[in-house]
Design a protein around this ligand. Structure first.
Ligand SMILES: [Zn+2]
Length: 214
């Protein structure tokens, strides 16, 4: 029987031994991306080594990597004082098809781990509009990103929404819009953001609670 440890390889560089090696851990420290137009708090730029590690999480089903990456989101939120006023953590659910392919929802994995590390509750508060129906994912979703519907009991809640990678910001901004429609106050955070891709998007829906926290 081969011990499990020999089957573990680094998500960033494929070196055997651990789910994320020391070299890759160091490469992920202190590399917060610049603020972008979508206003999403991101822990890492989605480039180089970071990209490899994040893809390792997305495509290689690495929960140990997820724990490490969630810790980096937490560090960023703590550095920005962006968590003390949060009531509940949630995530922007991936499509049912993608969830089936990967065996888990990486946004949910990150959100639950972030919430546990911050000592906050984590609840599923968002659903994809049309999911489970024949006509759910049509042309408009492919063009504009998903449309979310928030659970009705979120009014007045300050909600931290977590996603894995933010590109244009359309997914998280759609999630924020759904929460605001129900009277909640969203704040948006992602593990990584693609550089310079979001500058042409709509203005951010800044969480109203942020001014209270400052
Ligand atoms: Zn490595």
């Amino acid at each position: 029987m081969v011990p499990m440890i020999f089957e573990t390889r680094c998500a960033g560089c494929d070196a055997p031994g651990t789910a994320i090696c020391t070299t890759c851990r160091f490469a992920l420290v202190g590399r917060a991306p610049q603020d972008q137009a979508h206003g999403v708090i991101a822990a890492l730029p989605f480039t180089g080594r970071v990209r490899q590690v994040v893809l390792g999480l997305k495509y290689r089903n690495r929960r140990a990597v997820g724990r490490h990456l969630a810790g980096l989101i937490v560090n960023r939120l703590v550095a920005l004082h962006a968590y003390q006023d949060v009531d509940v953590v949630t995530w922007a659910p991936t499509s049912a098809r993608r969830r089936r392919e990967r065996g888990f929802d990486q946004g949910e994995l990150l959100a639950r781990t972030v919430a546990r590390q911050l000592g906050l509750p984590c609840r599923r508060l968002l659903d994809r509009q049309g999911e489970g129906t024949q006509t759910g994912k049509g042309r408009s979703e492919r063009l504009q990103g998903p449309v979310f519907v928030a659970r009705p009991d979120v009014a007045g809640q300050r909600v931290l929404v977590i996603d894995d990678v933010v590109t244009t910001g359309s997914t998280l901004l759609s999630a924020a819009g759904a929460l605001e429609e129900r009277g909640a106050f969203p704040r948006l955070a992602a593990l990584a953001s693609t550089p310079d891709r979001a500058l042409a998007t709509v203005l951010p829906m800044r969480p109203r609670a942020a001014s209270v926290a400052a």
